[in-house]
Structures are given as C-alpha cells and as structure tokens.
Design a binder for this molecule. Sequence first.
Ligand SMILES: Cc1ncc(COP(=O)(O)O)c(C=O)c1O
Length: 373
Amino acid sequence: MDKKFYKNSASNVIKNDQTISIMENSNAIEFHSSLSEYNPTPLISLPNLSKKHNVGNIYVKDESFRFGLNAFKGLGASYAIHKSLTKNPKTAIFCTATDGNHGRAVAWAATKFGKKSVIYVPKDTSLNRIKAIENEGAKVIRVNGNYDEACLQAEKMSKENDWTLVQDMAWEGYTEIPALIMAGYLTLFKELESNIHKNNKSQIDLVFLQAGVGSMAGAGVYYYLNKYGENRPKIVIVEPEQADGILFSFKNNKLSTSVGNSNTIMAGLNCETPSMSAWDLLKSGADYSIKVSDDYAKMAIRELYFPTGSDKRIISGESGVGGFAGFLAILNEKEFRTIKSELEINKNTNILFISTEGNTDKQIFEEIINDNL
Ligand SMILES: Cc1ncc(COP(=O)(O)O)c(C=O)c1O
C-alpha cells in the first residue's frame, strides 16, 4: 500500500554550504522593514478551536496580510530581487515559473524596483491567478505542461534572453537565488520573536509546514534548528496526495519526483520535484512528512472561516491551510493514529500553523465555504 507518511530520524545537524551561509548572513528582516508596505503579519490564537481539538493552544500566523499580496511569497521574491540588483543593477527583466503566488510576488517586486517580469504558469493555472499576476505588471505565458515543465521553460527562456531567473527552487548549479528566497522567508519566523519565539525555549511544541517545492518549510526547519538546536519544536511537513515529491523523496532516501497526477486544489503546493536545497534541510530537521487529500484542505478552510465560539475568523486559501489540513488528517485518519501519539498531541501541546495565503482565488474559495466544491 502507498503509505501516506514517513517518519524521519532527523540528524538535527545543518550541512554547511552556500545556501546556509546565505541564510546565516541574511539581513532580510531589516530589508523588509524598510519597505513602505511592511507590517509584521498577525499571530492569531484560537482558544476555542484548541479546546475543540483537545490541544493546548493553536496559533495561526496569517500571511494573507503580507505586503497587500494575500500570500507570504513577497518575502522571498523581494529579498532575492533586491540582492540580485545590488550585484547586477542593470538587470532589465526578471523571470520565474509559478503556480500563482510566487509569480505574483516576483511581478510585484520587479515593478517595485522599476523592472519588467515574464512569468510562466502551468497549463491548468486558473484565470483568476493569471489575472492577479498580470495586474502586478507582468507578462504571463501559459506552458502546455505541469509546474516542472513551466520551470524548465522559464530557465530556458531566461538563458536565451539574458533575463534573471528568480526561481523558488534549487537544482544542481542553481542555488544562490533560491537561498536568497529562503532567507527572505525567515522574516516570518523572526517576527514571532516578539511573542512565541521570544525565549530560548520555544513556546511551541509542534509546527506544521505545508510544502510545494519545500522552500518555505526548508526556511522553517533552518530557523528552528539554528535557534533551538535539538530543543526545537517537532516539525511535520504536509503535501497534497497528488503532488508528494517530498514524501516520495523521504521514502526513496534521495531527491525524487512525485508520480502523483498533480490533481489537487492546493495550487501553491502542486509541485512535483522538491527544491534540492530545501530537501537537504528537511532531511536534517523534519520529523514527519505526510500527504493529505483535498477533502482535508476544504475541511480546514471551513473550520477557520466559520470559527469556533468567539475565535477570530481566518481567511485561509487552499494552500494556505495546508498545515492545518495535515493536523485534521492526523486527528481523523486511522493511518495517522500512531503519528498522533508519537507527536504527543495532547491537551498541553501548543501548535503553530502558517496560513501562507488568503483567498487568492476568490471563486474557488467561495465555492468551498458554500460547500459547492
Ligand atoms: C500559499 C502557498 N503556501 C505554501 C507554498 C509552498 O511553498 P514552497 O513551494 O516553498 O514549498 C506556496 C508555494 O507556492 C504557496 O503559494
């Protein structure tokens, strides 16, 4: 049977390479703080939901408030483009492949720095997502293929046209920009140092990080290992069932491409091959890798949108809710029962979720909350 999880024996040791050195020396939070759109995103505590699920405290970091972009991705794109322009100020055009949010963020950052952008999207990207990217000033090109194919096309066209590729995934020979992007994502974890990450001992026992290519999760793993070492919170990586490149890589014990059919509503997580640099980090510091069906994403969206008791409403999109979907699956699926006990999920466990996007596709979101999808 195709197992839906992998238990990793994390080494808790970070391999010292170029990626780590870029992340270690990053001043991304200082850079982000200098932007006019900057505000730390809110951390929301949900006491009634916590009671309902019989856990300590559920916290949600709401990235829908990031830079007016409705998703966290602007953190990586803006920092990478800023650093790239410091080195090569004459760059005229930035390029990337995207399932939506990263492309919008690259377009936004390029426009902000007075530059142009060309964004490649997989064939089944929704029109609403394409429009959102175009509205930031980009030229959008639809590729007749999946996310991996869009990446190949973006890389090829960047080479041919001397554009700067700002891809959020690393491969052999392409690691610097992806490392800068991960360094940019560190800001969201550092912002928590005014509250739950304030002390030398984290107030969080367990973190769920959803993954597409794994760069956001990789940044999280790096952050926790760097700050807390072996005393870090436990970390669970969550992917869609049909785009499970990280779980598949864990099972094969080497970087591998998912054989799923990429059929998922979690568009931002719909990536076949993990980022090489993120994969190295996840091996070092993730405890579990799991995959979940779209049904849990829908359930998670509704639980946050229709709050329990007086809890605050959170608008979290199909990928934004990925980590919370993983939690609900662990509580509900027979196959995950052992994980619940091994992670010691009980009435004292404090859990962090990163809602990485809001309703980035309003139509799909409405259909889900109205129970039509
Ligand atoms: C909303 C959202 N959440 C999470 C992710 C996953 O990030 P990564 O591809 O770095 O794993 C993405 C990626 O596009 C996304 O758009």
